[in-house]
Design a protein around this ligand. Structure first.
Ligand SMILES: Cc1cc2nc3c(=O)[nH]c(=O)nc-3n(C[C@H](O)[C@H](O)[C@H](O)COP(=O)(O)OP(=O)(O)OC[C@H]3O[C@@H](n4cnc5c(N)ncnc54)[C@H](O)[C@@H]3O)c2cc1C
Length: 451
């Protein structure tokens, strides 16, 4: 078949690669001048900067298999064992996040009443909710307000840059929704998962990247496509009827509009582009409702210091900063501890995220003001003194789609649009999950559905 893949992020590239492997003729149409979408790696003067995602959790065996198939096994690196700790800011100090029952009981980060709530939660029986509920409400029901304020909210900021009071438990955290239904207790369900992973045939999930950064993934995917398959600067605006049962896809580029006919169209577009896409004979935009999906702005600030400028040992993955701390930042990744070699000798690299659903205004601050605020928080939390040796700032005006309460109606709209328009398939982070592994599996599944 002759297939058009719309969008050259990780989802679209994975779909295009798998479709090419299955013998289809593929044209990948990407609006921008480069491939990779949210993945952006730069190597500048010995600093390896990730402007978008920093790493991903290889949580399913299928993801490892994709890396091997792509020939990325030798490039793949796992996070350093020295980066095992996770910190959380509370009361102006960084406390290690308790990672075992013993640490939980002894931590000073949670009050005694919260520990008591966690212990009591173990006795909960299964509960099948019919109505969706916010993640904040679900977690409060299980563990109480202290845990939501001190752990759930910053954790959600670290993943979605979102607000737990708005995110849907069912759609944004399907694990918790399902665990409540089947096990009742989230603590018991997590312990059972951990036992299964350690047991025979279990799978050890790892946090991974590549030696030369995450851009190695889109680069490896693009290298598997046929020569001439990729069209850059191709902003797809409409997909209408072509000859017979085929689709006519129209895209604009700086030199004027172009079009092509395809047996099948695979969309890996972000929500706003899907909302504006004219689909079908009438030229209407049946997915216009997707324009309402919230995408809070996020700023990613990569900051390098000489090692002796930072007092903190940086012996962990990073630190999350709860909103209650009233600082400017959401969290810090200890980039050069996580993957050594990402800063010049005797230097350290930190990646700071700011903005998100709870502080959207901060992401759009002028660069100098933002960097000033970031450095002030780094001074306060990590004892980072003096002017940074290196700064790189990436602004994401629409970072990550929020699977908020009511997201089911967007999923229904996409399913209905597919049903009404045979030969049109929709995937990507608007539908199949927001993490890189979710997007890889979305691309694999889109290609399977074509075949
Ligand atoms: C700042 C940030 C940090 C993140 N951190 C992590 C992390 O650490 N770990 C993790 O697992 N995930 C992380 N994510 C999430 C993850 O990176 C994304 O969800 C994922 O990369 C999305 O891939 P995608 O291909 O579905 O969409 P995108 O990457 O958004 O790609 C869509 C592509 O479609 C193109 N396009 C748009 N409109 C059109 C059009 N009309 N015609 C043609 N092309 C079009 C765009 O230019 C883009 O290239 C992060 C995301 C952001 C923004």
């Amino acid at each position: 078949m002759n297939v058009a893949v719309l969008g050259g992020g990780v989802t679209g590239l994975t779909a295009a690669w798998k479709l090419t492997g299955a013998g289809h003729s593929v044209r990948l149409l990407e609006a921008g001048p480069r491939l990779g979408g949210a993945v952006r790696t730069d190597l500048v003067d010995g600093w390896l900067v990730e402007g978008g995602p920093n790493s991903f959790r290889e949580s399913r065996p299928a993801i490892g298999a994709v890396m091997e198939e792509l020939g990325l096994g030798g490039e793949r690196i796992e996070s350093s064992p020295a980066a095992g700790k996770r910190y959380i800011a509370w009361g102006g100090l960084l406390a290690p996040l308790p990672l075992s029952p013993r640490e939980l009981l002894s931590t000073s980060f949670l009050p005694r009443r919260a520990k008591w709530r966690i212990l009591r939660e173990i006795a909960r029986g299964p509960r099948a909710r019919t109505e969706d509920i916010s993640l904040g409400d679900l977690m409060r029901d299980h563990f109480g307000s202290d845990v939501v304020e001190r752990a759930v909210q910053p954790f959600v900021s670290g993943i979605y840059a979102g607000d737990p009071e708005r995110l849907s438990a069912r759609h944004a955290f399907p694990w918790a929704w399902e665990a409540e239904r089947t096990s009742g207790s989230l603590v018991r369900a997590a312990a059972a998962d951990a036992r299964r992973r350690r047991g025979p045939g279990g799978f050890r999930s790892a946090i991974v990247s590549f030696r030369r950064g995450l851009q190695a993934l889109p680069a490896a995917l693009a290298a598997k496509l046929a020569a001439g398959a990729v069209v850059l600067n191709a902003d797809v605006r409409s997909i209408g009827p072509g000859s017979g049962a085929r689709w006519r896809v129209c895209w604009g580029d700086p030199g004027g509009g172009r079009e092509g006919e395809f047996d099948c169209v695979v969309s890996a577009l972000p929500a706003l582009s899907l909302a504006r896409l004219e689909i079908g004979p009438g030229g209407s935009c049946p997915l216009s409702g997707l324009g309402a999906i919230e995408h809070p702005p996020v700023a990613s600030v990569f900051v390098g210091f000489r090692r002796d400028q930072v007092q903190h040992p940086l012996d962990g993955f990073g630190a999350l900063v709860p909103a209650a701390e009233k600082r400017s930042i959401l969290g810090i990744v200890f980039t050069s501890s996580l993957f050594p070699g990402r800063a010049p000798a005797d230097h350290v690299a930190l990646t700071v995220l700011a903005g998100g659903a709870l502080q959207p205004g901060i992401a759009g601050l002028p660069r100098d003001e933002l960097v000033e605020r970031v450095c002030s928080d780094l001074r306060f939390l990590l004892g980072a003194h003096g002017r940074p040796a290196f700064v790189r700032h990436t602004e994401w005006p629409r970072a990550i789609p929020q699977y908020n309460l009511g997201y089911g109606r967007h999923l229904e709209a996409m399913a209905e649009c597919e049903a009404r328009h045979p030969g049109l398939l929709i995937g990507g982070n608007v539908r199949d999950g927001i993490s890189l592994p979710d997007c890889i599996l979305s691309g694999v599944s889109l290609a399977k559905r074509v075949s």
